[in-house]
Design a protein around this ligand. Structure first.
Ligand code: GLC
Length: 396
């Protein structure tokens, strides 16, 4: 039986964790509801695929950042209010799935109030300095005492959680699944390259929101010394990283690359654009928990070139399904790009392996069934506990 799932996510902006939840919720749309703690594009995307969505505005909660120390009194009040509303809804569901840290905080209060089991989907490597000690301590305590299980998006993500005191028994690794359909359609004509006169020049693509730790500056520096090579930066400054975008633009300007670097912003035609470029690079400078873009690149026919950190080496075996370089190492990235641009046959061979690897290990149906299995297990345990606590429930 499919469990009735209440999905909880604080953000309504489309980051990787939101794309992942979009996939799960749309597969379970018949029996689920998504609660967002703010309104925004994610609500529209969910509604467009027939998922029921409710927005509960958690106001001041959104001003608490991952590096924040003590939360304000208004943030605490917002959490309580939101948790009360979520609890009222949760009584009609078998399990709550919290998809972010803020969702974990609200979800754990709501789950306790409603007597509903809680599963936390962990999409972050929770380590300092990216997260404050207080944030980490709160997450780990809630995970260990209030959740039934934690789904980590990679072994590296699980290891960081356990390293910070998280309960090893509770954590299960579930890699993201990626919908292959958009990558099976050939690029539409006229393509971006043709329209912009880029058919005869090498084009490198980076498909990620603009954020310092995603490392676009490293890639710009590497491409600066590859004359004639163009760079597509696809992705926007989604979470208040406008200052980083301004720095990237200034860097491009100061290196005289304005003609060669194309800022495309947030796009819905990622699969098409990916199939058009010659190489895909993902240059994160901090440990990346999973990086969906790497699997998308494989599906688009590229061996992704990525920095070796976080969960990335679990997805890519260098020389077999992609290529790895040390995080932040401009020189190493530049030499790798030069070498690969001069070796199209080797690149094509590795691309075939990469595509097979993506189809075999990151298919949507097995991902959805793994997540559903965990949600079902948590729901069943919750029912057993509820029946145990209230004997009259057995007879009704
Ligand atoms: C977060 C992580 C990213 C991962 C995504 C989906 O956005 O930063 O690495 O791909 O969640 O799990």
């Amino acid at each position: 039986m499919t469990p009735r799932v209440l999905f909880l996510n604080h953000s309504a902006t489309m980051g990787g964790a939101e794309f992942c939840l979009l996939d799960i919720a749309s597969s379970l749309r018949e029996s689920s509801l998504v609660v967002l703690l703010e309104d925004g594009p994610f609500r529209q995307k969910l509604s467009a695929v027939g998922v029921r969505v409710v927005v509960i505005d958690a106001g001041a909660l959104h001003r608490v950042r991952r590096g924040s120390r003590l939360p304000s009194a208004t943030a605490v009040t917002s959490v309580w209010r939101a948790a009360r509303e979520v609890a009222a809804i949760a009584r009609d569901f078998d399990v709550i799935h919290a998809n972010s840290q803020k969702a974990l905080v609200v979800g754990s209060l709501a789950a306790r109030r409603a007597g509903t089991p809680l599963v936390w989907h962990l999409h972050d490597i929770i380590e300092p300095p990216a997260f404050s000690r207080l944030n980490i301590a709160l997450d780990v305590w809630l995970a260990n005492h209030r959740t039934d299980r934690v789904l980590a998006v990679s072994r590296a993500t699980a290891a960081a959680f356990v390293g910070q005191g998280g309960d090893q028994e509770r954590v299960h690794v579930v890699y993201n699944g990626i919908d292959t359909a958009p990558f099976e359609e050939p690029p539409r004509a006229p393509t971006f390259r043709t329209v912009n006169g880029l058919d005869r020049v090498p084009v490198i693509g980076c498909f990620s929101r603009l954020a310092e730790w995603k490392g676009q500056h490293v890639l710009i520096e590497a491409v600066a010394d590859l004359p004639g090579t163009h760079l597509l930066l696809v992705g926007g400054a989604l979470f208040g990283e406008q200052e980083y975008e301004a720095r990237l633009r200034a860097l491009v300007h100061s290196r005289g690359m304005a003609e060669r670097v194309h800022f495309l912003g947030q796009r819905d035609d990622v699969a098409t654009l990916m199939q058009e470029v010659d190489l895909v690079v993902h240059p994160s400078t901090s440990p990346e928990p999973f990086a969906r873009t790497l699997i998308e690149a494989m599906l688009a026919g590229h061996p992704p070139i990525a920095s070796e950190c976080g969960g990335v080496p679990e997805l890519i075996t260098s020389g077999q399904t992609g290529y790895l370089f040390p995080p932040g190492d401009v020189g190493a990235l530049r030499s790798l790009l030069q070498r690969l641009m001069g070796a199209p046959d080797a690149l094509a061979r590795v691309a075939v392996g990469a595509r097979e690897h993506a189809f075999r290990h990151f298919a949507m149906p097995s991902f959805v069934s793994a997540v559903t299995g965990h949600l079902q297990a948590a729901a069943t345990k919750g029912q057993v506990q509820r029946v145990g606590r209230t004997p009259q429930a057995v007879t009704t």
